[in-house]
Design a protein. Sequence first.
Length: 298
Amino acid sequence: MSDQALLAGRTPPAAAPAPRRPRPYRPLVWYVLVTALAVVVVYPVIWMLGTSFKPATEIVTSNRPWPLHWTGHNFPDGWHANPGVTFGRFFANSLVISGFAVVGTLVSCSLAAYAFSRLEFRGRSVMFAGMVVTILLPYHVLIVPQYAIFKRFGWINTDLPLIAPKFLATEAFFIFLMVQFMRGIPREIDEAARLDGCGPYRTYLWVVLPLTRPALITSAIFSFIWTWNDFFTQLVYLNDTSKFTVPIGLSLFVDQTGMTSYGPMMAMSVLALAPVFLFFLAFQRLLVDGATSSGLKG
């Protein structure tokens, strides 16, 4: 300590810590790891896309994901593989079922979520807890009693078993997602709407529902993808080939002897992936907003 510091009665300031040396290799390591992970994840899609352009002999003999001899015959062969029914019929059936499923899920689940999050009624907490518990219930436990009910209604081999439950708020996951989002909307908005003469239904329709747009878009995306890719439920209730959807149509490329038409099947798989990819790409930003502002955030 210097004499001047002793005379002033102060301790000298501590020396500034040495600056950290930059580590330029860190970003490079992260880029390499992320790139390697992306390759592992995307490789099945690349293999499927390449196989859709391979001839039949090369699919069995070559392990490369890309074709050595390109061919486009797999797409028309797969499109007309089933006599009397083209693959376009399967696409149309899937679009109808998925579209109605999205509409039914958004309408019914948003109404149920509004009741759980904004209205006061007896037994609300118990009913909400019971609804959340159903998320843990395996779907296969319910398939037999549901089949018996729908058979009594005469709905087997129709689209109704795949569409009607969506309008009855049976998707507990989406209800929970919307409830978590609606709880973040200030209560003062409901009070202001009530002072303007809005009842519960008008408040839901004109006030709360527009503010729940990110959660609605997230629910619509997941509902569309899950319904489009659903195989088991559609296989249980649909019997006629003309009523089959895309997942069941892809299974038709495997015959009873176990032989598989890999080229046409991969070609139709590429086309089946396109609507899901485009749907996700169109609403990607809103999906991220809904996930980060609702119950999906970490």
